[in-house]
Design a binder for this molecule. Structure first.
Ligand code: ZN
Length: 244
């Protein structure tokens, strides 16, 4: 989840597309496609869980949403962050965008789900239109968000599912300060872009979407699948993805 300011050639390459289209209008449709690594594909139920969380988090009134499963891909690492920061997954997506290789990308979000560990950050990564995240074994154990209380109980499968939504948020241009934590009754609820940073004493983000300082000490934790109001306002300005 940790963001680094220097992304090297991968970030530069992707930002060329973004610059070329800087003045587009907001879109009324987004396409989100996800793939599983070979090890992620060994668990039952991952596809259904990923589909359910993406459909819930991105079901917003100003666009129609198309979520699709792209298939199983062979990658050299299950590390959900390194597969993107090292360039492998972005390179596969870019190659696919010009008709090479076995990945058929979509314009807006291309998400790879691996079986990488989810204890030590970074566990995933999101660049414009390209993201990856580990935790397939936990996603296999997660229930769809509409079959659980809202906000979600703080469990490992739910935390991992929220990190998945978090990385997709990065792929659509959101940053950590679009996330908030708020109090509901005697619980503290973290939205996807803030995620467990809500309870991290070392997190020094200055939220543009409201204070989190007074909310960070609560122990009765809950996780929202939905983006914050402020994040949703930012998504409403999203103006398109990769030129395919
Ligand atoms: Zn992040």
């Amino acid at each position: 989840m940790k963001r680094r300011t220097v992304l090297g050639s991968v970030g530069s390459l992707l930002s060329v597309g973004a610059l070329a289209y800087a003045s587009r209008d907001p879109v009324n449709r987004i396409d989100v496609r996800f793939w599983l690594s070979e090890r992620a594909a060994t668990y039952d139920g991952v596809v259904e869980t990923v589909d359910a969380y993406l459909a819930t988090a991105l079901d917003l009134e100003w666009w129609s949403l198309e979520v699709s499963f792209g298939g199983v891909v062979s990658v050299s690492t299950e590390d959900g962050a390194a597969v993107t920061t090292g360039g492998e997954w972005p390179s596969r997506v870019i190659a696919g965008s010009v008709g090479r290789g076995d990945v058929d990308p979509v314009a807006d979000v291309n998400l790879l789900v691996t079986d990488g560990e989810m204890q030590t950050a970074p566990t995933g990564y999101g660049l414009p239109h390209v993201a990856s995240v580990g935790g397939a074994r936990h996603l296999a154990a997660a229930s769809a968000p509409d079959r659980q209380p809202d906000p979600l109980p703080y469990t490992t499968p739910n935390r991992v599912a929220q990190v998945l939504v978090h990385e997709v948020g990065h792929a659509l241009g959101l940053d950590h300060d679009h996330g908030v934590a708020y109090r509901r009754g005697d619980t503290v609820v973290a939205t996807p872009m803030l995620s467990t940073y809500a309870w991290d004493p070392d997190y020094d983000g200055r939220p543009r979407c409201g204070s989190i300082a007074s909310e960070r000490t609560g122990d009765d934790r809950r996780l929202a699948c939905a983006f914050s109001e402020c994040a949703r306002r930012e998504l409403e300005t999203y103006d398109g993805g990769l030129p395919l």
